[in-house]
Design a binder for this molecule. Structure first.
Ligand SMILES: *Cc1c(COP(=O)(O)O)cnc(C)c1O
Length: 395
């Protein structure tokens, strides 16, 4: 037998972490890495947050799971916390980002179909988007590399150019149910939408009775310096998918919606065995307690600005490698003039600095939101050493 015990869908690297220490990871051979990847924007409280660890430990000892057959005081508390801090009136809890996006897609379709408009099932999505790896969420993305081998796709998606309002508008037709969009494309290369674009989509939705569905799985939960990124655009969505950071490392996602948008999500229309279980709720509540306050959010903005301006200064020393810096808060991308993947591997393997490669030749810088001055200095030391020692691969 040659297949590996873990289904070989990931090209895993040689780093094999067995322990976390705040903003560092320790490999099974004892090597320490500075973690500016945060499990891809997940571990926003780092790896040693006492509030989060304690909440999970206490809840695990008390009650982990009961199913959604019963009332959920824990779920109601976290849903209320999210409602109090966002546009939403109601919340469905999931175990992952893709499930949260799936729920959002179903919610948008059901909004129209519940009102008898069966023909309005199509979501307009955007090129180079990433919405997850389930059949619906790969169908929602135009990226062929995710489709190959999995045809046929789920119908009902149309792709427009990201950050291009005219292109979005041109796709509206009698079947349109709404737009599904990342305010800041993550996998696509940390590409923030412009104010005009998101505000324009909102206006189109209002005009044509469409659902504005935001995928904030990566950019949400304080990552950009506001609890959700949409706040910075002066708009509110109808439906929003959140996950990644919301459990701080515990698998948790949610679909948030207004009362109006959720009109089709009635008894029996949707479900999840694990979704919203007490253990996940304890993790989500601990994360919200840590991040959903002005002081914490201001600290994310301040650190984001600081890292960004240092990055901008730094890249000037290597004009052959780096192009520009983009992003918001602590969701930063360094657009490179060369492929970003080999450079990210070089930082990881030769300088023990973990970042994430993304589309559009971008290096993602996603530190835990609790990152401190010492770690920021360490990041720049490693990055400088990495850039100085880097030889651009020639093949
Ligand atoms: C990661 C991600 C997803 C999928 O989340 P999973 O938890 O991997 O299913 C969806 N949308 C965006 C924007 C993401 O970054």
């Amino acid at each position: 037998m040659s297949i590996t015990p873990l289904m070989p869908v990931y090209p895993r690297c040689g780093v094999r972490p067995v322990e976390g220490d705040n903003c560092h990871l320790i490999d099974e051979d004892g090597t320490r890495y500075l973690d500016f990847a945060s499990g891809i924007a997940v571990n926003l409280l780092g790896h040693s947050h006492e509030g989060l660890i304690g909440a999970i430990q206490r809840q695990a000892a008390k009650l982990m799971h009961v199913s959604n057959l019963y009332g959920s005081p824990q779920g109601e508390a976290l849903a209320q916390e999210l409602i109090d801090h966002t546009f939403a009136d109601t919340v469905f809890f999931t175990n992952s980002g893709a499930e949260a996006v799936e729920t959002a897609i179903k919610t948008a379709r059901a909004y129209h179909q519940h009102a008898g408009n069966e023909e309005r099932y199509e979501l307009i999505t955007f090129k180079n988007a990433f919405h997850g790896r389930t059949m619906a969420t790969i169908s929602a993305s135009n990226q062929e590399k995710m489709h190959k081998g999995f045809m046929p796709l789920l119908g009902g998606f149309k792709y427009a150019e990201f950050d291009d309002l005219e292109s979005a508008k041109a796709q509206i037709g009698p079947h349109t149910a709404g737009f599904l969009v990342e305010p800041i494309q993550g996998e696509g290369g940390i590409r923030p939408a412009s104010d005009e674009f998101l505000q324009g989509l909102r206006a189109l939705c209002d005009e044509h009775d469409l659902m504005l569905v935001l995928d904030e799985v990566q950019c949400g939960v304080a990552r950009t310096g506001t609890l959700y990124a949409y706040e910075q655009y002066g708009i509110e969505p109808d439906v929003l998918a959140t996950a990644k950071g919301i459990g701080g490392g515990f698998p948790l996602g949610a679909c948030l919606a207004t009362e109006k948008a959720a009109r089709g999500m009635t008894f029996g229309t949707h479900g999840s065995t694990y979704g919203g279980n007490p253990l996940a709720m304890a993790a989500g509540m601990a994360v919200m307690e840590a991040v959903a306050n002005d002081e914490f959010l201001a600290s994310v903005r301040e650190k984001g600005e600081r890292i960004r301006s240092r990055l901008e200064q730094f890249i000037g020393n290597y004009p052959e490698l780096f192009d520009f810096v983009r992003g918001r808060g602590l969701m930063l991308g360094v657009r490179m003039k060369v492929e970003s993947r080999p450079f990210f591997q070089h930082l990881r393997d030769n300088h023990q600095l973990l970042t994430v490669a993304a589309g559009d030749q971008t290096l993602r810088v996603l530190p835990p939101l609790v990152v401190g001055d010492t770690e920021i200095d360490e990041f720049f030391d490693k990055l400088s050493a990495g850039a100085a020692s880097y030889e651009i691969p020639t093949d």
